[in-house]
Design a protein around this ligand. Structure first.
Ligand code: MG
Length: 452
């Protein structure tokens, strides 16, 4: 059966790969999955195509007998909040996250505000592919109610985070996307002096590409230095991701933001558990050790992290992009809360962002990739496991090889015909050595398997 859902939801170029007809199918399939009853929160990002998909998905949902709580343009964390706040049974977020404006996507959410399980996604796929959906009779068609989720969301956050004790100057860049609706206001309410850029909603993303990479947020880096600001904050298109820029205009690595927030947030908790994926930096292990806790590593993807948290619980989750999950607040990557918790920690430290970052051990990470046909990936992985058998291995997603002074992750991409090779160590020479070893072994194994 072909897979419609990728690492996180369905994504595609609008009106080519992703049509409103398909949106309708997803809505109807979700309603069928929910046995034609229950309430579904539907939100969408600022893209030009988002309202079109909202209408299509909503039509599918009510045709299948579900009621819809329409929360309108919202960041993903607000949709997650709304699911619980309005006691919904599921949620749909229309967003292509950090992709360029011609894309859109559909993400499904469970009643706990966490992303749909893989099993749930497979079931929705099956219903769509087999067209085994069920429509409601005319008198059981669902109802649509509009709701304001932004106001209670902002109130909820302000109830959790006290006003900062020091006034910081913050430049915030929301990519003309959904973060504009909440982050600048929350920062102001919490006592920051806020300079906003790209905070007018515009679905063509005129200010910058919505992925908050160092290249894409160069203007923010410049603005932080030019304004003499304490830090910069950048969101992606749906604000489940945050990048932090220090006072010198340098972008912090995502896993360092995650680790700094983790250290601050978990201090004083007994044996705290952190759930993250296999590709995250060892800096998280260091922080967990220092706190007397531990790190649970899952396959890459928010649904995998959410599922682990549902099963075993934890104090904090997150990803190497710097998106942190605060399970006692929401079971989703909370870009807005991450930014605020980072500032809270920074203010308490009394340090500048660059000094605060230096409180963590330094690591060097190298990311590479090679081409590898999808059909031989499994065999290549098995062969790699044999060749690294004398080391400590973890096969939760690809192959992670842990050495005394670093690690290698050799992982087949779920979407492209490539193998990724990540290496990390405490000095750049060792990271390079491990990267070379990883690439060499990958090439050799691909060649052996390919010639059989
Ligand atoms: Mg996102």
């Amino acid at each position: 059966m072909p897979k419609l859902f990728g690492t996180f939801g369905v994504r595609g170029v609008v009106n080519q790969e992703l049509t409103p007809e398909f949106g309708f199918d997803v809505g109807l399939a979700l309603a069928t999955y929910m046995k034609g009853s229950g309430k579904v929160a539907v939100g969408y990002d600022t893209r030009t195509s988002s309202v079109m998909f909202e209408q299509a998905i909503t039509a599918g949902l009510i045709s299948g007998g579900c009621d819809v709580v329409a929360i309108g343009t919202s960041p993903t964390p607000v949709l997650s909040f709304a699911i619980r706040y309005f006691s919904c049974d599921a949620g749909v977020m229309i967003t292509a996250s950090h992709n360029p404006p011609q894309y859109n996507g559909i993400k499904l959410w469970g009643s706990d505000g966490g992303s749909f399980s893989r099993e749930g996604e497979r079931e929705i796929e099956r219903i769509i592919l087999e067209k085994s959906w069920k429509r409601a009779p005319w008198d059981k068609i669902g109802k649509i109610g509009k709701a304001d989720a932004l106001t209670p969301y902002i109130k909820g956050i302000l109830n959790r985070i006290p006003k900062f004790e020091r006034e910081l100057k913050v430049v915030v860049d929301c990519a003309n996307a959904t973060g504009s609706l909440v982050t600048p206001r929350l920062l102001r309410e919490l006592g920051c002096k806020v300079i906003s850029m790209n905070c007018q909603i515009d679905g063509t993303f005129p200010g910058r590409n919505p992925e908050p990479t160092p290249e894409n947020i160069k203007e923010l880096s410049k603005a932080v230095v030019a304004c003499g600001a304490d830090l910069g904050i950048a969101h992606d298109g749906d604000a489940d991701r945050t990048a932090i820029v220090n006072e010198k205009g340098e972008v912090l690595a995502g896993d360092r933001v995650f680790a700094l927030v983790a250290f601050h947030h978990l201090r004083g908790k007994k044996n705290p558990q952190i759930v993250t994926d296999i590709s995250v930096s060892s800096v998280l292990d260091d922080v967990a050790r220092e706190l007397g806790g531990s790190v649970v590593k899952t396959p890459v993807g928010e649904p995998e992290i959410a599922q682990e948290i549902r099963k075993h619980g934890c104090e904090l989750g997150g990803e190497e992009t710097g998106s942190v999950i605060f399970p006692d607040w929401a079971l989703c990557r909370e870009g807005v809360m991450t930014a605020l918790k980072f500032i809270e920690a920074l203010v308490q430290s009394g340090e500048k962002v660059s000094e605060f970052d230096r409180t963590l051990p330094q690591y060097f990470l190298i990311k590479q990739k090679i081409k590898c046909p999808n059909e031989i990936k499994g065999q290549v992985l098995n062969l790699l496991s044999e060749r690294f058998a004398r080391y400590k291995l973890n096969r939760v997603d690809g192959l992670r090889v842990d050495f005394d002074d670093g690690w290698l992750l050799l992982r087949p991409s779920g979407t492209e015909p490539i193998f990724r090779c990540f290496s990390e160590a405490k000095n750049s020479e060792r990271a390079k050595e491990l990267a070379e070893l990883g690439m060499q072994e990958l090439k050799a194994c691909a060649k052996t398997v390919g010639s059989n």
